[in-house]
Design a protein around this ligand. Structure first.
Ligand SMILES: NC(=O)c1ccc[n+]([C@@H]2O[C@H](COP(=O)([O-])OP(=O)(O)OC[C@H]3O[C@@H](n4cnc5c(N)ncnc54)[C@H](O)[C@@H]3O)[C@@H](O)[C@H]2O)c1
Length: 414
């Protein structure tokens, strides 16, 4: 291995292929520079081995979920985009000791993020962790503070920020085309995992002590980030969460149940986010519902117009196709900054955001602190549902209100 920037990947489950394909794309576009994946690690050694090189002899990753889901990214070997196969480990501490890494990327199960990140930061590595940043606010805060104390980069892999649709929406709002945003309403119930499938074939997503929450964490964290990107900081949250389907199941091709999990966290949320400056965002979403009747609406209303699907509609009725307006008027410099060399793959863009910062080229857009604030919105909803009243984000971030997350912290000794 050369002396370039060396990365170790920890956790080679459902989402690892999307990240490795991102490396492949960055390499093809000559955006990767002298970065190599020097090591892959998973407690299941075969999970890591399958991505190293064809020589590993382990069957390829098959993907889960709908075809267009990042968890369905095609299989890829590290040797598809670099000359040398990464070393393979089943113990990340051994990997940290054995390979001269500059950074680690954590794609492991959620409850391990803070443990691995803190060990890596203490070993002097920059850290990029999949969303949600951590299993609790206390754990996320410890990660952010450790990185800041050590002057290391901590980033969260928050793919939604890098979606073209979000960039376009943000540009439309910044241009004043709908005036000042005042209200957004988002409703969705159903989809691929509804009504009762084990989401992503990962039972941990339905267990509070392993997944923190269900929809309220795994999915809302993306929504929280996107809304904070568009509308600014959230000050207060109120809402409720429910578990509509108490049992989730995985079935084989013949429909026979091969796994069943009793859920002890939510699958359905109803939340109101109150932003600094008065903007309000209402969200009602569920991964129960029905796969056959997915109901979806996502609207933003401003003082001078609204955003509905791919249109900005002025109050006088004039319709502006948003993407065309962006492509024609945003300007080459902004388009190049958002989508360098035309790359629109969100995993490639978020990886680039991290790698650039870790190599000393400016701050990250999707920093660990951003990840903490996204997670605070999720926990604010969960705490609001627990105590039955509207809660302040500052009480969540500071740890003053932690009734919902206390058992998680006790269980993991956080
Ligand atoms: N951005 C997105 O669109 C997106 C999509 C899917 C998953 N994710 C996130 O990625 C993370 C992983 O999700 P997933 O669906 O891939 O989970 P998964 O369960 O499929 O994979 C997790 C992997 O981590 C491994 N692992 C667990 N503990 C470990 C440890 N201590 N050391 C090394 N390896 C360990 C497991 O063996 C497994 O292979 C989660 O935080 C999830 O929210 C993000």
């Amino acid at each position: 291995m050369g002396n370039g920037f060396q990365v170790g990947v920890i956790g080679c489950g459902n989402i690892a292929a999307a990240h490795l394909n991102a490396y492949k794309l960055l390499k093809e576009k000559e955006l990767l520079g002298d970065v190599t994946i020097a090591a892959l690690c998973d407690v299941s050694r075969d999970n890591a081995l399958r991505f190293a090189s064809p020589a590993g002899g382990v069957s390829q990753f098959q993907g889960v979920g709908p075809q267009n889901d990042p968890m369905h990214a095609p299989h890829v070997y590290a040797t598809d985009f670099q000359s040398q196969a990464p070393r393979v480990f089943s113990d990340y501490k051994e990997m940290l000791g054995a390979v001269a890494l500059d950074a680690v990327e954590i794609y492991a199960t959620l409850h391990t993020h803070h443990v691995i990140a803190l060990d890596a930061l203490r070993a002097g590595k920059h850290v990029f962790a999949e969303k949600p940043l951590a299993i609790s606010i206390k754990a996320a805060r410890a990660m952010v503070e450790e990185a800041e104390r050590r002057g290391l980069i901590l980033g969260v892999a928050e793919s939604f920020r890098f979606q073209k649709a979000q960039r376009v929406k943000k540009w439309i709002i910044d241009q004043g085309l709908i005036g000042a945003p005042r209200l957004s309403i988002s409703v969705a119930a159903g989809g691929y995992w509804s009504p009762d499938h084990i989401v992503a074939h990962t039972a941990w997503r339905h267990k509070k002590l392993l997944g923190a929450g269900g929809w309220a964490v795994d999915c809302l964290v993306h929504g929280a980030h996107a809304r904070r990107y568009l509308f600014g900081e959230v000050e207060e949250v109120s809402g409720t969460v429910q578990t509509i389907e108490p049992l989730r199941r995985r079935r084989d091709e013949s429909g026979r149940i091969v796994e069943e999990v009793a859920c002890d966290c939510d699958d359905t949320i109803c939340a109101s986010l109150f932003f600094r400056g008065g903007m309000v965002s209402h969200i009602a979403q569920s991964w129960a519902g029905s796969p056959h009747a997915p109901l979806g609406a996502d609207m933003v209303y401003g003082t001078e117009g609204c955003i509905a699907k791919d249109l900005a509609i002025r109050n006088d009725g004039r319709q502006i196709p948003m993407q065309r307006a962006f492509d024609e008027k945003a300007g080459a410099a902004l388009i190049q900054r958002f989508f360098p060399k035309g790359v629109e793959d969100v995993f490639a863009l978020e990886t680039l955001d991290f790698l650039r910062a870790a190599q000393g080229h400016g701050p990250m857009e999707s920093s660990g602190r951003e990840g903490l604030m996204d997670l605070a919105v999720c926990f604010a909803l969960l705490e609001s549902s627990t105590v039955g009243k509207r809660v302040k984000i500052e009480d969540i971030v500071s740890g003053r209100l932690s009734q919902y997350e206390d058992p998680i912290n006790r269980h993991h000794n956080i």
